[in-house]
Every structure is written in structure tokens, then in C-alpha cells.
Design a protein around this ligand. Structure first.
Ligand code: NAD
Length: 375
């Protein structure tokens, strides 16, 4: 069996799907590994580092591979260069991308969307959403701190006192929790909000203040899967009224609110942005899904009367070496479940819940029930 590590075609994607460590692991299982030249360079990983662990460096790496691993979804041209029946594992971004899924099916590859991995105990080590969101939450605070013209911690000096920065985190999932922890470590005074009641205790345990409208709807806002429900217009209005007053007094706002498969909820209006002091910074982690902040633009820093709105789409990629390390490990753990150690061959268990949840295409068709082509 052979795994190929493809080089990302998107110049804005610095992550890579394998590290020398995961190559070593694949090799120890008896799997051949080939890598496209320069695939790891933007994560600080040289071809020679992969070679030292037993990988072959080749421009044709993907051609006869049984599994091709990537960060971003392969384009139609890329997929067409893979062997028929090869597995392609990546962050596939399958929502509203019917044409792209069709091109993967047409190429005859079995495409797996790593971000659809079920969040169950067995698959925690394969959870790319968590591994990448955690780093994105961290990096959001670093970007916010960098753009903010003041210090984060309170400093009492002979020349006077520098006040602590006030950071407000909206959306307390994996990214939000790490943002709270990072801002606290830097010495900020942190508050946070979410629609899921379970987050209140998590926020408080990190030493931050929790702020939310805690009515009946709030008490039932969490799905069985642990995700947020889309809130009613009435709730959103009440929440907006509560947060509007708070936002005026904040220096940095980090927004991470998402609802699976839906556009991101708008939490900060342009008027709220304008109510902030010049020099304040917002970092919108939901920008790719429409944004939580009105005026946020993908991969830009918008300026609204001296208030900056940072809309970087690939924050995990801004900590590329760490993000690649965790992503590579997520992939390796999943691939191990598809490998027969006795026969040293590919053995996909098509009825395994991890496979069923992530497999998008197979044998020329889109097979995932949630992404069937519209008639
Ligand atoms: P996410 O990225 O889907 O959303 C981020 C946060 O935004 C969530 O906390 C959500 O409640 C919040 N949000 C949505 N609408 C909002 C609104 N209108 N206002 C304020 N906040 C809003 O979330 P995630 O980081 O993927 O985590 C989702 C859940 O999955 C959490 O409960 C997390 O602990 C859980 N989780 C479980 C596992 C596991 O068991 N293996 C792994 C990771 C995460």
C-alpha cells in the first residue's frame, strides 16, 4: 500500500498533511510513502526531513498511490491525476459545493471529508475541527493583540498605570475556549458569551465572566450532538441588546460563533462596531461562513472609524507548523483504521460509523446522504 502526500495547490495554504513523525509511523506499519517536492516547506519541513524517515520525494507521488492526503479538497484536475479508486482524504468543505463533489466522483476517487468526523470518544484523535479550531482560537488573540496599539496586561509603573485590555469572546466552542485561555494568559480581563448553557461553567472555570440572556430558549439551545441550534429572531434581539452595552466597553472582540451547515449568526452590527473606541480590534473567525461581524471581509483587515476588523480565513495556517503537526496526526489515526496490519493492505470498513460519516464519494457517485446532488 502507498500513501502520497500532495503539495497544496492553494498558495494561501501553508499546512501539510503529513510530518516526518507520521511518515515514520506509516513506514513502521509497512506502508510506502511518497511526497511531492516542497509539500512541507511552508510548515518548516524539508523534503530531506521526510526522506530521512523513509519517504520518496517525487513529482509523480500521487499517480499510483492508494491514498492521497491533503489539507484542502483536491481540484478536478488534481483528482483526475489520482489512480481510479484511490482514497483522497482532506478538509473537503462539502457544504454548497455540489460541482466540486461531482468532480471528485467523476474522477473515480473515494473522497473523505475529515471535518465530518463524528465527535465521539473513539474518534477524538481524528477530530480535525478541534485540532485546528484550538490553534485558530489561540492565533486570533495573538492577531488581535498585534493589531491593538496597547498592552494586554495591567502594568503599574513609576510613570503611571497601563490598564488591562478588555477582551470579549463570542462563541465558546473549541476556538473560543482557547481564545479565552490565551487572552487570560496575556493578562486581559476576559468575558464571553454563548447560547449553549454548558459553556457558562467552562467560561467561569477559565477565570472569565459569562454574559448571556439565560431564558427558556437558552436552556434548550444545545443539540444532542453538542452543537448550537439556530436561535429565534426574538432571542437574537434580546442577546444583541444585552451585548451591545458590553461591546462599547471592550478593546478586543473575538467571534467564533457557528451553527453546523448554516450561515454564521450575525452577532455584531456595524453600529456596535462604531460604538467601540478607535484602536479597538475585532477578530472574526466565522468570516468564511458569512461572518459574525458586519463589515468583516475575508482575508482583509477592514477599518471602521479606527476600529479594525480582522477577517483572516486561515488562522490555523498562521501557526502552520503546529497546525500541520496536529492535522497529520488526525489523518494518521484515521488511516490506521483503514489498514489491515496482517496483510499490509488497504481494508476500508465501509460500514464503520467513522467511514460512513466522512465518505463523500465512491465508485463514481456522491454517496454521502447529506450531500446528494439536487435533482
Ligand atoms: P462550533 O465551531 O460549531 O461553534 C462555536 C461556538 O459558537 C459554539 O460553542 C456555539 O454554541 C456558539 N454559537 C452558535 N451560535 C451562537 C450565537 N448566536 N451566539 C453565541 N454563540 C453561538 O463549535 P465547536 O467548537 O465545534 O464545538 C461544538 C461542541 O462540540 C462543543 O460542545 C464542544 O465542546 C463539542 N466538542 C466535542 C468533542 C468531543 O466530544 N470529541 C470534540 C470537540 C468539540
Amino acid at each position: 500500500m502507498k500513501i502520497a502526500i500532495a503539495k497544496e495547490q492553494d498558495a494561501a495554504e501553508p499546512r501539510v498533511a503529513a510530518t516526518p513523525d507520521t511518515v515514520k509511523k506509516y513506514k513502521s506499519l509497512g506502508i510506502d510513502v511518497a511526497i511531492e517536492p516542497g509539500a512541507g516547506i511552508k510548515s518548516g519541513l524539508l523534503d530531506a526531513d521526510y526522506e530521512a524517515m523513509g519517504a520518496t520525494v517525487s513529482a509523480d507521488a500521487v499517480k499510483d498511490a492508494d491514498i492521497v492526503i491533503k489539507v484542502k479538497r483536491p481540484t478536478a484536475t488534481e483528482a483526475a491525476s489520482y489512480k481510479k479508486g484511490a482514497l483522497a482524504l482532506a478538509i473537503m468543505d462539502p457544504y454548497n459545493n455540489e460541482a466540486a463533489l461531482k468532480s471528485l466522483a467523476d474522477a473515480g476517487v473515494a473522497a473523505f471529508a475529515m471535518e465530518l468526523m463524528p465527535r465521539i470518544t473513539r474518534a477524538q484523535v481524528m477530530d480535525v475541527l478541534s485540532s485546528q479550531a484550538n490553534l485558530a482560537g489561540y492565533r486570533a488573540v495573538i492577531e488581535g493583540a498585534e493589531a491593538f496599539g496597547r498592552a494586554f496586561p495591567m502594568m503599574m509603573t513609576a510613570a503611571g498605570t497601563v490598564p488591562a485590555a478588555k477582551v470579549f469572546v463570542m462563541g465558546v466552542g473549541v476556538a473560543g475556549l482557547q481564545a479565552i485561555a490565551t487572552a487570560r494568559r496575556l493578562g486581559a480581563v476576559v468575558s464571553a458569551t454563548d447560547v449553549r448553557p454548558a459553556t457558562k461553567e467552562q467560561v467561569e472555570s477559565l477565570g472569565a465572566k459569562f454574559l448571556a440572556v439565560e431564558d427558556e430558549e437558552f436552556k434548550n439551545a444545545q443539540t444532542a450532538g453538542g452543537y448550537a441550534k439556530e436561535m429565534s429572531k426574538e432571542y437574537q434581539a434580546k442577546q444583541a441588546a444585552l451585548t451591545a452595552e458590553h461591546i462599547k466597553k471592550q478593546d478586543i472582540i473575538i467571534t467564533t460563533a457557528l451553527i453546523p451547515g448554516r450561515p454564521a449568526p450575525k452577532l455584531v452590527t456595524l453600529d456596535m462596531v462604531k460604538s467601540m473606541k478607535p484602536g479597538s480590534v475585532l477578530v472574526d473567525l466565522a468570516v468564511e461562513r458569512g461572518g459574525n461581524v458586519e463589515g468583516a471581509k475575508a482575508d482583509e483587515i477592514a477599518d471602521v472609524g479606527g476600529v479594525k476588523i480582522i477577517g483572516y480565513t486561515n488562522l490555523a495556517g498562521r501557526v502552520a507548523a503546529s497546525a500541520s503537526g496536529l492535522y497529520a496526526r488526525n489523518l494518521q489515526a484515521f488511516i490506521e483504521t483503514m489498514f489491515d496490519k496482517e496483510t499490509k493492505s488497504l481494508a476500508v470498513k465501509w460500514d464503520d460509523e467513522l467511514v460512513k460519516a466522512t465518505a463523500l464519494t465512491r465508485d463514481g457517485a456522491v454517496i454521502h446522504p447529506n450531500f446528494q446532488p439536487k435533482a
